[in-house]
Design a protein around this ligand. Structure first.
Ligand code: CU
Length: 165
């Protein structure tokens, strides 16, 4: 198998990174050393999977859904969520009320799904269309900040199925 020269690979990676930066809602990288969770850790304590944002019907609010797995032996709490796609991002219960926090049991998982709760992006800065994605920053009581990218799926699209990473 022919090996590609390293400079070429680096250039391709840079191009991909540049494109990702154009995605709506992209946020600047989190400031370094803001939490104890760093790339040095071989395994992340919190794993988020199956994330998606439903294309909003009204262009004002959008809802995001995902599964949070807590791989540690201590309970975790999702305390806040932010995104760059709207003026406000809030954790909501199924009945659209703001939620103070979402508890994830030790060695357990919690799924936000229609009827069970969601992350609400309010006062959208612009339309969200399938093919775009939204970046979120999740804040956990113990594990600190976790970044998440969720694809926007069409109003009529089925819920994506994704095995936990
Ligand atoms: Cu809501």
């Amino acid at each position: 198998m022919k090996r590609f020269p390293l400079p070429l690979i680096a250039a391709v990676l840079l191009a991909v990174a540049g494109l990702a930066g154009l995605v709506r809602g992209a946020e600047p990288a989190a400031p370094a050393a803001s939490t104890a969770t760093t790339a040095m850790e071989p395994q992340r304590p919190i794993v988020v999977s199956g994330a998606y944002v439903r294309e909003p019907a009204n262009g004002i609010n959008a809802a995001a859904y995902f599964t949070i797995s807590n791989t540690t032996d201590k309970p975790e709490v999702l305390t806040a969520v932010t995104s760059g796609a709207g003026a406000q991002t809030t954790l909501h219960t199924a009945s659209m009320r703001p939620s103070a926090g979402l508890s994830i049991p030790a060695r357990g998982a919690v799924t936000l799904s229609p009827g069970k709760g969601h992350v609400m992006i309010e006062k959208l800065y612009g339309p969200l269309k399938p093919g775009q994605s939204v970046n979120f920053q999740l804040s956990f009581s113990r594990s600190g900040q976790v970044l998440l990218t969720a694809p926007v799926i069409a109003v009529t699209a089925p819920v994506p199925t994704e095995e936990p990473e």
